[in-house]
Write a protein that binds this ligand. Structure first.
Ligand code: ADP
Length: 336
């Protein structure tokens, strides 16, 4: 009987449970055995696992997190780690390993492949949406929804106090969350890798100061800056200090942080995770190997793992331009 192993690795993302459920159901449909390893790749190194059947995945689809737990496993970056992981897979006579995670987790699969003859399949599970080969990753829609609702709340208090707010959102090194959330909340400024060079922030700072000053001269609304994490040298507190030192602008900082990773998955994530999970098991039955299952438009597709990791996945250029256009229009309107 074909035997599939499954694990969730790296940053958890809402919808991972829905993907686990779909994989387990599909395994039963194909009459494959399915086992889940716990705590990311640590489960393979420590031989920590359990068999998974329908009964284990009932009533989990609506919850964030992952029933298999997730973790970083630095030992996988040492040559001994993947070898040991391969031995565990061999010991259990596993035919295929499905990993739900981000690009780091997929690098782990590539490393494992050097020591193991079985099939490896990745499912894109990360709120950052930074994997090529799938329009959206599992968890992204929920993170955008959560951050949007949070900033709507911040806007209320910012309006009441006519305040400048710097809100840091997640995204690792890409601006998918920053631009989606910034546009969805009508942020006056979005600072992300796509429109700001971290090595030379002076032009963006000057522009930001002039935007805030123009706005403060003409009305007394709030001004929300959505800032991508890891962008601004010194982080949001450094930006706050620079606004104060260079232009006497007072601002408040809110780092949304891990609330973006949690919560009940949005329907889009539940559906995407379900489709991708079912297709991952179909890919095993087709003997596919070293692939990630993604969805582009309405088409499910298998893309090479190394492409998913290494190819660029730029933020929709129309959205970056839309933000610039809105800002330009705003500045012209207010400086007349
Ligand atoms: P994500 O999968 O969300 O990008 P990480 O980058 O933290 O998260 O990677 C998750 C895990 O994948 C790491 O803890 C490690 O076990 C494994 N991994 C990451 N990079 C490599 C690599 N270059 N070689 C082998 N394993 C890796």
């Amino acid at each position: 009987m074909t035997k599939i192993a499954l694990l969730t690795s790296g940053g958890d993302a809402p919808g991972m449970n829905a993907a686990i459920r779909a994989i387990v159901h599909s395994c039963q449909h194909h009459q494959y055995e399915c086992i889940g390893f716990f705590h990311g790749y640590n489960g393979l190194l420590n031989d920590e696992w359990q068999a998974l059947t329908h009964a284990d995945v009932g009533n989990i689809l609506q919850f964030g997190g992952t029933i298999l737990k997730s973790a970083r496993c630095p030992a996988m970056c040492d040559p001994k780690g993947p070898k040991q992981a391969a031995n565990t897979l061999r010991k259990h006579q596993i035919d295929a390993l499905i990993v739900i995670g981000g690009d780091g987790s997929f690098r782990g699969l590539e490393a494992l492949k050097a020591h193991w003859e079985g099939q490896v399949i990745g499912l894109p599970g990360t709120i950052d949406n930074d994997l090529a080969g799938s329009d959206n990753t599992i968890g992204f829609a929920t993170a955008v929804t959560t951050a949007t609702h949070a900033i709507d709340k911040i806007r209320d208090t910012a309006n009441a106090f006519e305040r400048v707010f710097i809100v840091e959102v997640m995204g690792r090194h890409s601006g998918h969350i920053a631009f989606n959330v910034g546009l969805a909340t009508g942020a006056e400024a979005i600072l992300s890798f796509e429109n700001c060079d971290p090595a030379d922030t002076a032009p963006q700072l000057a522009r930001l100061i002039s935007q805030i000053q123009v706005q403060q001269q003409h009305n007394h609304d709030s001004f929300v800056i959505v800032l991508a994490e890891n962008l601004w040298p010194g982080g949001p507190q450094a930006l706050k200090a620079q606004l104060a030192e260079q232009a006497g602008i007072d601002s408040a900082v809110c780092v949304l942080g891990h609330i973006q990773r949690g919560g009940s998955p949005a329907p889009e994530d539940r559906l995407l995770a379900t489709e991708l999970g079912l297709e991952a098991v179909n890919a095993v039955s087709r003997n596919q190997d070293r692939i990630m299952i993604g969805k582009q438009g309405s088409t499910l597709q298998a893309v090479p793992l190394n492409g998913a990791i290494n190819d660029a996945k730029p933020v929709n250029g129309r959205w970056v331009a839309a933000h610039e256009d809105v800002l330009t229009e705003y500045l012209i309107k207010h400086s007349e």
